[in-house]
Design a protein around this ligand. Structure first.
Ligand SMILES: O=S(=O)(Nc1cnn(C2CCNCC2)c1)c1cc(Cl)ccc1F
Length: 79
């Protein structure tokens, strides 16, 4: 699957970052406490641990389950 533009409308199920790390669920605060929760951003489909771009970054990203890496871009191609 691929993302269009900056991936702000990406709604796929990739959950692995470019560094091969697993994404942390958006509803979880472990290991990274954060502000990008499904409740605060209901229109961003912050479901499970799927890659999304809720803050208008250059491509879809996620918080990672590695305590030493807060977030990373996802392993997705631009369409
Ligand atoms: O919860 S967060 O979204 N965490 C966070 C830290 N860095 N990022 C990057 C994610 C990818 N895009 C650039 C910011 C997100 C967050 C956002 C803001 Cl504005 C301030 C504090 C904070 F904790």
């Amino acid at each position: 699957e691929c993302y269009r533009g900056k991936g702000q409308t990406y709604r796929g199920t990739t959950s692995i970052t470019v560094s091969g790390k697993k994404c942390q669920a958006w509803s979880s605060m472990f290991p990274h406490r954060h502000e990008k929760t499904p409740d605060r951003f209901p229109n961003e489909d912050l479901r499970d641990n799927y890659c999304r771009n809720p803050d208008g970054d250059s491509s879809p990203w996620c918080f990672t389950t590695d305590p030493s890496m807060r977030w990373d871009y996802c392993n997705l191609k631009r369409c």
